[in-house]
Design a protein around this ligand. Structure first.
Ligand SMILES: [Zn+2]
Length: 279
């Protein structure tokens, strides 16, 4: 059995995280997209081609790093124009923002974009139809987790199951974020804040449990989570929110490296998402 892993990253500013949005005064010094470079270098070290879901509002700050990623064979996909959940946009607003940002990024880097991940994982069947009509080949917004309050739902009943992470219908693919049964519910083991905030010995246990029995895996991170050391907070944030920003930064990249090594040890190969759909 071929086991496959997809290493992705959502390229956005720290201020785009739901916690800080509209609550902290924007300062480009602390938007931290530049830590994308560390992620690319880690993937390069293991000769892995990743998928970068890029937000249009971030590209001007890190053009050289995105070019560096493209030159190293990584795929650029779309995360949107600004970090607004599609579920908070009507269809016309959604279509306009997707078309505009797709075209801008494609022209800027002379590439063709084939994949999409919704901000806040805010997707539903109606928005998926729009994404298909706009020429996308795949989506990767399906995070089925009850605590992710802003995430949406897709009905995958009529899709063909390719493996545990990927389903397809009429040539269109959905890559779901990985999760594992834990306690009475599910725990996402796909990275993001979860891999940073959940105590490592607990997360490691569930990651191994998932990887050992699965046939595919989807990982994602954010550049700002790779910033080591202090990040700014302000008085508006409560202690839980401050903790959310502070915890787990120093070891984050090391955890991703551990994860890559473990996936390799268990026989997984790696692909960017577009290449997987094309094969
Ligand atoms: Zn995002």
């Amino acid at each position: 059995m071929n086991k496959i892993a997809f290493m992705t990253i959502d390229v956005e500013s720290m201020y785009d995280s739901e916690l800080l949005k509209d609550r902290m005064k924007y300062d480009p010094k602390y938007s931290y997209e530049c830590y994308l470079k560390d992620y690319i270098d880690l993937l390069n070290k293991y000769n892995i081609k990743g998928t970068l879901f890029v937000l249009e509002s971030s590209i001007d700050k890190i053009k050289d790093i995105i070019k560096y990623a493209i030159d190293n064979g990584h795929e650029i996909a779309l995360h949107g124009k600004n970090h607004v959940s599609p579920l908070e946009q009507n269809n016309d607003e959604f279509i306009e923002s997707i078309k505009e940002s797709k075209e801008k990024i494609e022209n800027e880097f002379n590439i063709t974009i084939k994949g999409y991940r919704a901000p806040c994982f805010g997707i539903d069947d109606n928005k998926i139809e729009i994404i298909k009509d706009l020429g996308f080949k795949y989506d990767s917004s399906n995070l089925d987790f009850h605590l992710a309050k802003k995430s949406g739902k897709i009905n995958l009943e009529n899709y063909k199951i390719e493996n545990m992470s990927v389903a397809s219908k009429d040539g269109f693919y959905e890559f779901s974020l990985s999760r594992v049964k834990a306690y009475s519910g599910h725990l996402p083991v796909s990275g993001g804040g979860y891999i940073r905030l959940v105590p490592w010995f607990v997360m490691k246990y569930y990651l191994k449990k998932y990887i050992n029995h699965a046939d595919s895996y989807v990982f994602y991170a954010h550049p700002f989570e790779l910033k080591k050391g202090i990040v700014p907070t302000n008085k508006e944030l409560n202690w839980k929110e401050k903790l959310y920003l502070k915890v787990g930064r120093r070891q984050y990249l090391k955890k991703i490296e551990y994860l890559i090594k473990y996936l390799k040890k268990k026989g997984y190969s790696f692909s960017n998402m577009n290449n997987y759909c094309s094969n």
